[in-house]
Ligand binder design. Structure first.
Ligand code: GTP
Length: 722
């Protein structure tokens, strides 16, 4: 095999608004690089990257799959970045895996809301970007308009590297301002695939107006780059005496690269993917301006040094081969037929085969080094987001290095360095609903489907309701659950029925309560008799949204007298009562339980002890006065001034509380909190209110006590009274 040098690798994401042409552009890239044989038409649903059927139908790309191809000695891994706001988690994960990004815009529409959200995340992760103004063939397409939109909406500094020749239907090519060359694509017949285009020096051009435009644009480019890059400024003043014509393309290109990597500017290119124009220069730009893996700073890499460290960023299910795990290798080498350690699950797995995800086929390879993206076969336990290393020993060595480093930084004992690669934290799901198979005979199939889906998507949680026996899906948002439902139908062939979408409430107590309970039961010949006393207390710090915020403590004497088995049984009893609160059966949080006494007659089983503890707990929690806690979301809406008042009015109706309104140039950023129960359908409502000119993000903030009025309304509703 050919050795892959890290500096020749580009791990790139494509971000785009729905319909900007992400799929068409990707498809063309694969075609020109030689990995797909025919130009598929997106509208026929015949594309390579969108392998999930419903993505095509919905027109949104949800899966972050990766596809590999080579372009002029470089290996390019395209990592799919979902553009929809409901999939923030997937976007975040994808952004950690890639080193650079291409933002594709419809040149007649400019920057649209969804791209803004993803762009902000790319900014947060310091991912260098290139902009591609697609659809230059459309009548309304405009370089000038798009540039203004990039400045205004993205607050980015566009660096124009090309100007289009002709517009609308007569868009025929581009002028490359770096090399001063013009590229023209002559479309003679329908079969023209744009593979061949003509490149000639601009001085030969016979259009004086175009020549003038190009000269001015090049001068502007050189001045702009000199402003952004000191090294280039010195060169320009010193060596070339401000003679712009004398600046060699290579020097200008190097400077643009530095500007891009430092995120001081964003190169802008033009084209029309559908009409097969401008895609090859875009590929050239990806290799020229976006960083190689070794030019990026990835946190834990240095702790692993030459040992293997990789992140599983996507798991997909293949009917024949089982789970396929997409990994990005950060350090070391990965080999098939080898054992690896999954740090998150703390288990060792055997990888059978290692594949490169080339567009038209997966190619088996003997080993893969840092910087690459690979597909692993045989990892059965690995879940999206897991970190994989070679062995326990190498993990221990990494901890040691990390700790040494930390000691140097600050003297803080006891803090263990996280060995897990910059993991994306999976928030608690806030919505749930029941899911039922069409017939009981499909229950096992449904369970299998859910197990597979959970491995792909850790933000999906599945549980079984202990009362009704129903299977419950818990997810992050309305669309999230809808998509899961869809996938179960399409990919697993099960028509399921979903119950109504419900908010995941929790319960707590308002006051302390001491309770005693006795269980006296004869089963067969055996008499079980046990008496327990507990005290439940509210833990005042209700700000935690974590479900683990319940405690169990013991009276000192009791603690000494209980054997480990008995303690386990007692704790099982307490914990099972925490799972379902007395008011509405939601999980309990913020409660501390003190075990005051346990007295068992000989012959009493541990199961009976647990049952007694549970019953006593239920009594105590009930007497302590239940309080429903509701998820309150923190909301950030970015909206133009003109729509601010209608957005505020709508939020007031949703029990929203405004925390702050900030100005960001010509738009307003509204920070608020609102109960999740009031936020159903918000994305649609906001779109309607602002004609699509707003973006928002919604995250769980805290679980908050409902006021008595709202709580009563909820209790009545749940009891079927309202
Ligand atoms: N006029 C014109 N249309 C284009 C161009 N590129 C793509 N399209 C069309 O725009 C539509 C959307 O293109 P896609 O490539 O599916 O866009 P996408 O961003 O992947 O869209 P989603 O998969 O829905 O997110 C299709 O009908 C394409 O044929 C272009 O350069 N010019």
């Amino acid at each position: 095999g050919r050795r892959q040098y890290s500096f020749l690798i580009r791990n790139i994401g494509i971000m785009a608004h729905i319909d900007a042409g992400k799929t068409t552009t990707t498809e063309r890239m694969l075609y020109y690089s030689g990995y797909t044989r025919a130009l598929g038409d997106v509208d026929d649903g015949d594309t390579v990257t969108d392998f999930m059927v419903q993505e095509r139908e919905r027109g949104i790309t949800i899966q972050s799959a990766a596809v590999t191809f080579d372009w002029k000695k470089h290996r390019i891994n395209l990592i799919d970045t979902p553009g929809h706001v409901d999939f923030t988690l997937e976007v975040e994960r994808a952004l950690r895996v890639l080193d650079g990004a291409v933002a594709v815009f419809d040149a007649s529409a400019g920057v649209e809301a969804q791209t803004l959200t993803v762009w902000r995340q790319a900014e947060k992760h310091h991912v260098p970007c290139i902009c591609f103004l697609n659809k230059m063939d459309k009548p309304g397409a405009s370089l000038h308009f798009s540039i203004e939109s990039i400045k205004k909406k993205l607050k980015a500094n566009p660096v124009i590297l090309q100007i289009p020749i002709g517009s609308g239907k007569s868009f025929t090519g581009l002028i490359d301002l770096i090399t001063n060359q013009q590229m023209t694509w002559r479309v003679k017949s329908r079969a023209e695939d744009g593979r061949v285009f003509e490149t000639k020096s601009l001085s030969q051009s016979d259009d004086p107006e175009l020549l003038q435009d190009a000269m001015e644009a090049r001068a502007a480019l050189i001045e702009q780059v000199a402003d952004l890059d000191d090294e280039f400024a010195e060169l320009l003043l010193g060596v070339y005496g401000e003679n712009f014509d004398a600046v060699p393309p290579a020097k200008l290109q190097e400077a643009v690269r530095r500007v891009t990597l430092a995120r001081k500017g964003v190169p802008v290119l033009c084209g029309s993917s559908l009409r097969n124009k401008g895609v090859q220069p875009l590929l050239d730009a990806i290799t020229a301006y976006l960083p190689a893996p070794n030019e990026r700073h990835h946190d834990l890499v240095r702790w692993y040094q030459d040992d293997l460290c990789a992140l599983a960023f996507k798991v997909v299910h293949d009917k024949q081969r089982g789970p396929l795990v997409f990994v990005r290798i950060y350090s070391g080498t990965m080999k098939p037929q080898s054992a690896v350690l999954n740090i998150n699950r703390n288990n060792t797995e055997r990888m059978s085969r290692l594949l490169l995800p080339f567009a038209d086929q997966h190619v088996e390879i003997p080993s893969l080094t840092a910087g690459n993206i690979a597909l692993c076969v045989g990892l059965k336990q690995t879940v999206t987001g897991d970190t994989i290393v070679s062995s326990k020993a190498s993990a221990v060595a990494a901890v040691r290095r990390a700790q040494k480093e930390k000691e140097g930084e600050r003297k803080r004992g006891g803090e263990q360095a996280s060995l897990v690669l910059a993991g994306v934290e999976v928030p608690e799901p806030v919505f749930f609903c029941s899911i039922e198979p069409p017939t009981m005979s499909r229950q096992a199939d449904l369970e299998n489907a859910l197990t597979c889906l959970q491995r792909e998507d850790p933000s999906l949680k599945v549980r079984v309701d202990s009362d009704s026996g129903q299977t419950i899906l818990c997810g992050m948002g309305e669309l999230h659950i809808e998509i899961l439902h869809d996938r179960i139908r399409r990919e697993y062939g099960i028509e399921t029925h979903l119950g109504p979408l419900q908010v995941a409430y929790r319960e707590t107590i308002l006051q302390s309560m001491a309770t005693t309970d006795t269980l006296d039961r004869t089963v067969g010949e055996r008499r079980h008799m046990v008496t327990v006393s507990v005290v439940v207390c509210p833990i005042m710090d209700s700000s935690s949204s974590s479900l683990t915020s319940c405690e169990i403590t013991y009276d000192e004497e009791v603690e000494e007298q209980l054997s480990p088995d008995v303690r386990d049984a007692v704790e099982n009893g307490v914990n099972s009562s925490y799972l379902q609160g007395p008011l509405l059966g939601y999980p309990v949080q913020g409660v501390s339980t003190m075990i005051q006494s346990v007295s068992m007659e000989p012959g009493t089983s541990l199961a009976m002890l647990s049952a007694c503890v549970s019953r006593c707990m239920l009594k105590a929690l009930r007497q302590a006065g239940g309080q429903v806690l509701e998820p309150v979301m923190s909301l950030e809406v970015t909206v133009g001034e003109e729509h601010l008042s209608s957005v505020l009015g709508d939020l007031a109706q949703r029990r929203g509380a405004i925390r702050d309104i900030q100005s960001r140039h010509d738009s307003k950023v509204l920070l608020a909190t609102a109960p999740l129960a009031e936020m159903m359908g918000y994305s649609t409502a906001l779109r309607t209110l602002t004609s699509g000119n707003a973006t928002f993000s919604l995250q769980l903030d805290i679980y908050e006590a409902m006021n008595p009025q709202h709580q009563n309304a909820l209790l009545n509703k749940m009891a079927g009274l309202a």
